[in-house]
Design a binder for this molecule. Structure first.
Ligand code: MN
Length: 248
Protein backbone atom coordinates (compact mmCIF):
# COMPACT_ATOMS: atom_id res chain seq x y z
CA UNK A 1 0.00 0.00 0.00
CA UNK A 2 2.96 2.28 0.41
CA UNK A 3 3.25 2.67 -3.36
CA UNK A 4 -0.28 3.95 -3.62
CA UNK A 5 0.22 6.48 -0.86
CA UNK A 6 3.31 7.66 -2.66
CA UNK A 7 1.39 8.13 -5.90
CA UNK A 8 -1.35 10.04 -4.16
CA UNK A 9 0.94 12.44 -2.36
CA UNK A 10 3.78 13.04 -4.75
CA UNK A 11 1.98 13.91 -7.97
CA UNK A 12 2.57 12.74 -11.50
CA UNK A 13 5.59 14.79 -12.55
CA UNK A 14 7.97 13.47 -9.95
CA UNK A 15 6.88 9.95 -10.74
CA UNK A 16 7.78 10.03 -14.40
CA UNK A 17 11.47 9.67 -13.65
CA UNK A 18 11.25 6.62 -11.41
CA UNK A 19 8.34 4.58 -12.71
CA UNK A 20 8.73 0.89 -13.34
CA UNK A 21 6.32 -0.59 -15.93
CA UNK A 22 4.33 -2.16 -13.08
CA UNK A 23 3.94 1.15 -11.31
CA UNK A 24 3.07 2.81 -14.57
CA UNK A 25 0.11 0.42 -14.80
CA UNK A 26 -1.15 1.58 -11.41
CA UNK A 27 -0.62 5.15 -12.42
CA UNK A 28 -2.68 4.80 -15.58
CA UNK A 29 -5.56 3.28 -13.64
CA UNK A 30 -5.49 6.21 -11.26
CA UNK A 31 -5.50 8.82 -14.00
CA UNK A 32 -8.33 7.08 -15.83
CA UNK A 33 -10.29 7.11 -12.58
CA UNK A 34 -10.56 3.30 -12.51
CA UNK A 35 -10.46 1.97 -9.00
CA UNK A 36 -7.87 -0.71 -8.38
CA UNK A 37 -8.91 -3.87 -6.65
CA UNK A 38 -6.87 -5.78 -4.09
CA UNK A 39 -6.81 -8.69 -6.52
CA UNK A 40 -4.96 -6.73 -9.17
CA UNK A 41 -2.34 -5.79 -6.64
CA UNK A 42 -1.52 -9.40 -5.80
CA UNK A 43 -1.74 -11.06 -9.24
CA UNK A 44 1.75 -11.96 -10.41
CA UNK A 45 2.87 -10.48 -13.71
CA UNK A 46 4.59 -12.31 -16.55
CA UNK A 47 8.21 -11.40 -17.14
CA UNK A 48 10.47 -11.51 -20.19
CA UNK A 49 12.68 -14.59 -19.71
CA UNK A 50 16.42 -14.04 -19.95
CA UNK A 51 18.19 -15.66 -22.88
CA UNK A 52 20.61 -18.46 -21.95
CA UNK A 53 23.07 -17.13 -24.56
CA UNK A 54 24.28 -13.82 -25.96
CA UNK A 55 22.52 -11.98 -28.79
CA UNK A 56 25.49 -12.78 -31.04
CA UNK A 57 25.70 -16.45 -30.05
CA UNK A 58 23.53 -17.71 -32.91
CA UNK A 59 25.53 -16.07 -35.70
CA UNK A 60 25.81 -16.59 -38.59
CA UNK A 61 22.39 -18.30 -38.57
CA UNK A 62 20.57 -15.50 -36.75
CA UNK A 63 22.30 -12.13 -36.46
CA UNK A 64 22.81 -10.26 -33.19
CA UNK A 65 20.66 -7.25 -34.08
CA UNK A 66 17.71 -9.46 -35.00
CA UNK A 67 18.08 -11.34 -31.71
CA UNK A 68 18.26 -8.16 -29.66
CA UNK A 69 15.18 -6.59 -31.29
CA UNK A 70 13.27 -9.86 -31.44
CA UNK A 71 13.82 -10.68 -27.77
CA UNK A 72 13.73 -7.22 -26.22
CA UNK A 73 11.20 -5.36 -28.36
CA UNK A 74 8.96 -8.04 -29.84
CA UNK A 75 8.85 -10.62 -27.04
CA UNK A 76 9.12 -7.84 -24.46
CA UNK A 77 6.18 -6.14 -26.12
CA UNK A 78 4.04 -9.27 -25.93
CA UNK A 79 4.79 -9.63 -22.22
CA UNK A 80 3.85 -6.04 -21.44
CA UNK A 81 0.65 -6.18 -23.48
CA UNK A 82 -0.26 -9.59 -22.02
CA UNK A 83 -0.01 -8.21 -18.49
CA UNK A 84 -2.16 -5.24 -19.48
CA UNK A 85 -4.74 -7.45 -21.21
CA UNK A 86 -5.02 -9.69 -18.15
CA UNK A 87 -5.96 -6.85 -15.82
CA UNK A 88 -9.44 -7.69 -14.62
CA UNK A 89 -9.54 -10.82 -16.84
CA UNK A 90 -10.89 -14.04 -15.32
CA UNK A 91 -7.68 -15.90 -16.25
CA UNK A 92 -5.35 -13.39 -14.57
CA UNK A 93 -2.85 -15.09 -12.26
CA UNK A 94 -3.11 -18.48 -14.01
CA UNK A 95 -0.07 -20.18 -15.59
CA UNK A 96 0.35 -19.33 -19.26
CA UNK A 97 -0.44 -22.91 -20.36
CA UNK A 98 -3.79 -22.76 -18.56
CA UNK A 99 -4.56 -19.34 -19.99
CA UNK A 100 -3.90 -20.54 -23.56
CA UNK A 101 -6.11 -23.61 -23.27
CA UNK A 102 -9.06 -21.66 -21.87
CA UNK A 103 -9.45 -18.84 -24.39
CA UNK A 104 -12.54 -18.19 -26.45
CA UNK A 105 -12.89 -16.86 -29.96
CA UNK A 106 -14.20 -13.52 -28.72
CA UNK A 107 -13.24 -9.88 -28.98
CA UNK A 108 -12.67 -9.89 -25.23
CA UNK A 109 -9.99 -12.59 -25.45
CA UNK A 110 -8.18 -11.44 -28.56
CA UNK A 111 -5.45 -9.41 -26.80
CA UNK A 112 -4.71 -12.25 -24.37
CA UNK A 113 -4.69 -14.71 -27.28
CA UNK A 114 -2.25 -12.66 -29.38
CA UNK A 115 0.08 -11.58 -26.59
CA UNK A 116 -0.22 -14.71 -24.46
CA UNK A 117 0.55 -16.78 -27.54
CA UNK A 118 3.42 -14.41 -28.32
CA UNK A 119 4.88 -14.87 -24.84
CA UNK A 120 4.51 -18.66 -24.78
CA UNK A 121 5.72 -19.20 -28.36
CA UNK A 122 8.85 -17.10 -28.00
CA UNK A 123 9.70 -18.59 -24.58
CA UNK A 124 9.65 -22.06 -26.17
CA UNK A 125 11.54 -20.81 -29.23
CA UNK A 126 14.47 -19.32 -27.23
CA UNK A 127 14.78 -22.48 -25.11
CA UNK A 128 14.83 -24.89 -28.04
CA UNK A 129 17.53 -23.10 -30.04
CA UNK A 130 21.10 -22.31 -29.11
CA UNK A 131 24.73 -22.23 -30.19
CA UNK A 132 26.60 -25.52 -30.80
CA UNK A 133 23.35 -27.31 -31.55
CA UNK A 134 21.68 -28.88 -34.58
CA UNK A 135 22.19 -32.50 -35.54
CA UNK A 136 19.43 -35.04 -34.98
CA UNK A 137 17.13 -36.11 -32.15
CA UNK A 138 18.10 -39.01 -29.92
CA UNK A 139 16.32 -41.59 -27.79
CA UNK A 140 12.53 -41.80 -27.68
CA UNK A 141 12.07 -38.69 -29.79
CA UNK A 142 14.29 -40.14 -32.55
CA UNK A 143 12.13 -43.27 -32.55
CA UNK A 144 8.92 -41.21 -32.68
CA UNK A 145 10.26 -39.11 -35.58
CA UNK A 146 11.00 -42.32 -37.49
CA UNK A 147 7.55 -43.66 -36.61
CA UNK A 148 5.72 -40.58 -37.85
CA UNK A 149 7.88 -39.40 -40.75
CA UNK A 150 9.88 -42.53 -41.75
CA UNK A 151 13.18 -40.68 -41.43
CA UNK A 152 14.69 -37.54 -39.96
CA UNK A 153 15.37 -36.27 -43.49
CA UNK A 154 11.67 -36.65 -44.34
CA UNK A 155 10.70 -34.83 -41.15
CA UNK A 156 13.09 -32.01 -42.06
CA UNK A 157 11.58 -31.71 -45.53
CA UNK A 158 7.98 -31.74 -44.25
CA UNK A 159 8.68 -29.26 -41.48
CA UNK A 160 10.52 -26.95 -43.88
CA UNK A 161 7.63 -27.11 -46.32
CA UNK A 162 5.16 -26.22 -43.56
CA UNK A 163 7.32 -23.23 -42.55
CA UNK A 164 7.85 -22.11 -46.15
CA UNK A 165 4.26 -22.38 -47.30
CA UNK A 166 2.71 -20.63 -44.29
CA UNK A 167 1.20 -17.49 -45.79
CA UNK A 168 1.92 -14.30 -43.89
CA UNK A 169 2.96 -14.33 -40.22
CA UNK A 170 2.85 -17.40 -38.03
CA UNK A 171 4.59 -20.49 -36.74
CA UNK A 172 5.42 -24.02 -37.90
CA UNK A 173 5.19 -26.65 -35.15
CA UNK A 174 6.26 -30.12 -34.19
CA UNK A 175 3.39 -31.31 -32.04
CA UNK A 176 2.49 -34.34 -29.95
CA UNK A 177 -1.17 -35.06 -30.71
CA UNK A 178 -2.94 -38.28 -29.67
CA UNK A 179 0.41 -39.83 -28.83
CA UNK A 180 1.84 -39.18 -32.29
CA UNK A 181 4.14 -36.55 -33.73
CA UNK A 182 2.64 -34.24 -36.33
CA UNK A 183 3.64 -31.04 -38.08
CA UNK A 184 1.28 -28.10 -38.10
CA UNK A 185 1.02 -24.39 -38.89
CA UNK A 186 -0.71 -21.59 -37.02
CA UNK A 187 -1.27 -17.98 -38.08
CA UNK A 188 -0.24 -14.96 -35.97
CA UNK A 189 0.74 -15.99 -32.42
CA UNK A 190 -1.68 -18.90 -32.16
CA UNK A 191 -0.33 -22.28 -31.07
CA UNK A 192 -1.55 -25.88 -30.74
CA UNK A 193 -2.36 -25.46 -27.04
CA UNK A 194 -5.26 -23.12 -27.89
CA UNK A 195 -8.14 -25.56 -27.57
CA UNK A 196 -11.02 -24.86 -29.91
CA UNK A 197 -9.17 -22.07 -31.69
CA UNK A 198 -6.69 -23.88 -33.93
CA UNK A 199 -7.00 -26.52 -36.62
CA UNK A 200 -4.53 -28.93 -35.04
CA UNK A 201 -4.52 -29.18 -31.26
CA UNK A 202 -1.79 -30.80 -29.20
CA UNK A 203 1.37 -30.18 -27.23
CA UNK A 204 4.00 -28.21 -29.17
CA UNK A 205 7.58 -29.35 -28.50
CA UNK A 206 9.31 -27.29 -31.19
CA UNK A 207 8.20 -24.17 -33.03
CA UNK A 208 9.70 -22.00 -35.75
CA UNK A 209 8.81 -18.33 -35.88
CA UNK A 210 8.34 -17.32 -39.53
CA UNK A 211 7.21 -13.76 -38.89
CA UNK A 212 9.38 -11.46 -41.00
CA UNK A 213 10.66 -9.81 -37.81
CA UNK A 214 12.45 -13.11 -37.06
CA UNK A 215 14.66 -13.04 -40.15
CA UNK A 216 14.19 -9.99 -42.37
CA UNK A 217 17.32 -7.99 -41.39
CA UNK A 218 19.61 -10.81 -42.42
CA UNK A 219 17.58 -12.79 -44.95
CA UNK A 220 15.11 -10.22 -46.38
CA UNK A 221 12.65 -12.21 -48.52
CA UNK A 222 14.70 -15.44 -48.34
CA UNK A 223 12.58 -17.24 -45.72
CA UNK A 224 13.80 -20.57 -47.08
CA UNK A 225 17.41 -19.80 -46.16
CA UNK A 226 16.36 -18.81 -42.64
CA UNK A 227 14.46 -22.09 -42.28
CA UNK A 228 17.49 -24.07 -43.45
CA UNK A 229 19.68 -22.19 -40.95
CA UNK A 230 17.23 -22.94 -38.12
CA UNK A 231 18.16 -26.63 -38.29
CA UNK A 232 21.70 -25.71 -37.22
CA UNK A 233 20.31 -24.22 -34.01
CA UNK A 234 17.81 -26.79 -32.75
CA UNK A 235 18.68 -28.14 -29.29
CA UNK A 236 17.37 -31.66 -29.76
CA UNK A 237 18.22 -32.53 -26.16
CA UNK A 238 15.76 -29.86 -24.97
CA UNK A 239 13.12 -30.86 -27.54
CA UNK A 240 13.62 -34.50 -26.53
CA UNK A 241 13.08 -33.58 -22.87
CA UNK A 242 9.86 -31.76 -23.83
CA UNK A 243 8.76 -34.87 -25.70
CA UNK A 244 9.49 -37.13 -22.72
CA UNK A 245 7.54 -34.76 -20.45
CA UNK A 246 4.48 -34.83 -22.71
CA UNK A 247 4.63 -38.59 -23.22
CA UNK A 248 5.50 -39.15 -19.52
MN1 MN B 1 8.73 -13.43 -33.19
Amino acid sequence: MKKREFIKTSGMLALGAVLSPTLLGSCNSLTSGKAETEEEDTVSKFELPKLEYGFDALQPHIDAQTMEIHHGKHHGGYVGKLNAALEGHALAGKPIEEILSNLKDTEKDIAVRNNGGGHYNHSLFWRTIGPNAGGEPKGALAEAVKGSFDSFENFKTEFSTAATTLFGSGWAWLVVANGKLIISQTPNQDNPRMKGLVEQEGMPILGLDVWEHAYYLNYQNRRKDYIAAFFNLIRWDVVGAEFDKVKG
